[in-house]
Design a protein around this ligand. Structure first.
Ligand SMILES: C[S@@+](CC[C@H](N)C(=O)[O-])C[C@H]1O[C@@H](n2cnc3c(N)ncnc32)[C@H](O)[C@@H]1O
Length: 360
């Protein structure tokens, strides 16, 4: 199910709030295992300074994007890096083409990025992914159809300021109607996931529809959290991560310098993570939202197939979106429902169920 969709550059910003994994990852581990995605979800793990980092993705383009991010941290200053990726729109007349030339990349990676030159020269790399472009388009449709001036709701000095404007700029029934018509299962399955959407009727394990799920969570985010600090909502509704308060974990200055100084040995794997997991033990596993796209029978016994010498207290973070295939969790692995629910609420995208497994 995953191979059809997971090709090319699907993710460039991150539709996961990686602070969760960063906080859970141990310092100075022997080895961390991480699904690449945009690469933004992996960069903060390097700040934990593992001896080795194993990065896996079915799509070679996603691995290229990690290498680009990592090299730009190594070779550029903090502000150059933010500008290069696209978080800063302008910076002291810097030019992305010139910054790119300072990176050491393979000729294959350089050729790949040259294809998109005009796009990333203008706006950086974080808006290149198919996923980001799909949701930015849905955000533009919302603004046009409803004539909403959502910028004012984002540009507030604090949460109480936002709360005082909420009734003026956010109409829950209107957003519910919009999700039913536009941000629904059919559109996601047809236009983005090409038949692999985990929230579609025949795949999801959640009782509600994708439109109900998204409208409920977004409505709650607008009502109960300060959206100026939410990069995910800004990407969708403003088509840009507009405010520095919203910058995701990879933009944190302290983390930037830790990654710059890290000497982790990085290994890249373009293969199915279920195969790679069997090969050797790791101390922390960041498996992203990959299980949603797998068949029940492929993951049912995956814990049984792991090497037996994984250390005690090692953690594994699994995210799922609308479809959680059933996998057997048996001793020595355990999970705590109340913690999983807490992580799901903490994640500023609110798009995932969490299964954080610990080896007792
Ligand atoms: C659903 S995406 C999540 C991306 C992520 N939310 C982010 O913020 O970058 C999962 C990533 O895992 C990769 N992937 C999916 N199934 C995989 C598998 N079985 N083995 C290895 N990589 C896989 C995809 O190519 C994709 O980059």
């Amino acid at each position: 199910m995953s191979n059809d969709y997971f090709q090319g550059l699907n993710y460039s910003l991150a539709n996961e709030d990686t602070w969760i994994e960063y906080k859970l990852a141990p310092e100075n581990a022997d080895s961390i295992f991480a699904v690449c995605g945009s690469g933004s979800r992996v960069i903060p793990l390097l700040a934990r300074n593992p001896k080795e980092l194993h990065i896996v993705d079915l799509s070679e383009a996603q691995l290229k994007l990690f290498r680009l991010r990592h090299e730009s941290i190594k070779k550029l200053s903090y502000r150059e890096y933010l500008f290069f990726l696209g978080y800063l729109k302008e910076e002291n007349q810097l030019n992305r083409r010139e910054l790119f030339k300072r990176l050491t990349l393979s000729s294959e990676d350089i050729t790949y990025w040259d294809h998109f030159k005009s796009l990333w020269e203008a706006q950086g790399f974080i808006y290149l992914g198919k996923w980001e472009n799909h949701f930015m388009m849905l955000g533009r449709i919302y603004q046009r159809l409803t004539c909403s001036q959502l910028f004012s709701l984002f540009d507030t000095k604090d949460y109480s300021h936002q709360k005082s404007l909420l009734n003026h700029f956010w109409i829950t029934p209107l957003f519910q109607l919009y999700t039913k018509i536009v941000m629904n299962e059919w559109v996601a399955n047809r236009l983005l996931y090409k038949g692999s959407f985990a929230g579609s009727k025949d795949k999801k394990t959640m009782k509600i529809t994708a439109a109900e799920y998204v409208s409920g969570e977004f409505d709650d985010l607008f009502k109960t959290t300060w959206v100026k600090s939410n990069y995910f909502l800004q990407l969708i509704f403003l088509n840009s991560v507009m405010f520095k308060e919203a910058f995701p974990a990879e933009c944190d200055e302290g983390l930037f310098y830790k990654v710059k100084n890290s000497s982790t040995q990085i290994h890249f794997h373009q293969k199915n993570l279920l195969e790679l997991l069997k090969e050797r033990p790791h101390d922390f596993y960041s498996l992203s939202d990959t299980f949603s796209y797998m068949k029940d029978e492929d993951v049912a016994e995956f814990l049984e197939a792991l090497p037996k010498d994984i250390k005690k207290s090692s953690l594994m973070v699994i995210r799922t979106f609308m479809r959680k295939p059933s996998f057997k969790i048996s001793s020595p692995w355990e999970t705590k429902t109340e913690l999983n629910e807490r992580y799901a609420k903490e994640d500023c995208t609110r798009m995932y169920e969490f299964s954080v497994l610990k080896k007792a």
